[in-house]
Write a protein that binds this ligand. Sequence first.
Ligand SMILES: [Zn+2]
Length: 349
Amino acid sequence: MREQLEQIRSRALAELAAEATESAIEDVRVRVLGRAGELTEIMRGMREVPAQERPAIGQLVNQIKTELEARIEALQGKLKEAALERSLTEARLDVTLPGAKIPRGHLHPITLTIENMLRIFNAMGFEIVATRDIEDDFHNFAALNFPPDHPAREMQDTFFLGGGLLLRTHTSNGQIRVMEQRRPPLAIVCPGNCYRRDELSVRASPMFSQIEGFMVDRAGRITMAHLKGVLTEFLRAFFGSDTAVRFRASFFPFTEPSAEVDISCLLCGGKGCRICKHSGWTEILGSGMIHPNVLRAVGYDPAEYQGFAFGLGVDRTALLRLGVEDMRLFFENDVRFLGQFPASNERFA
Ligand SMILES: [Zn+2]
């Protein structure tokens, strides 16, 4: 019996060598230590062992059992460690690889242009006031000195909404809305969308952005010289300090005298090219001293107050500033086009 046990032990230990595979280990465990294993069989046959030998045999069985269990545990531990090591090497995470880039959107170039323009006016002391897109005839036309039969009303191709309402054709309604409610001194810019029945084309769009600006104070305090100073300062801040600015006499119903403002062509720098029709100049905004009839319409006495106003088309200005050749690109929302413009205002700085 003792001999048989020693055989079981040495055979099992030989099989449980350092290089034993997981299945070899499991085989030994089942064959020797299992419920129907060799050691269990021996314990069952204990009855035939002489009584005085039983304790020694029993002890030996337990000793072999403990020894083999410890050996199996050690081998299995080593195998587990090796497996972990292998998986760490194979599925190595390279922390130096660049991360996946998350695409970031940014504001539309027109919005960026408006913000940049407003920042310049704001720095000059102008207050920003938003007014309304849906307007009545009085605030869009009559108060701005357009008589009922004035050709400009047709020229502007208004979208009428019924009930005496319309979509504003310019941001000049902001001038009327603000002056109706407040008294000078005023230095205000009103940004917003305007609407005219134009086809969307290379140069025009039925919806466009404008910034209306005006400054009103006691008569004699605000003159045409202030108008020229403010607009020249703005245009140089926006287009660059070497931009040439020229004022040309013009006509608008709501200003007298009126002036259109040109800047030196951004493409040719004044030498003359196709875009500026070889004049070297680009028309950029309309301006003038606020017409006495406009002041009367909001209850100001023209003998007491005086001021200037200007209207600046944002889309066309953005077009020139960003070197975009087709207005339609601003409205198509093709991210390949929009993505070319800076995520911040850096490029405008
Ligand atoms: Zn030019």
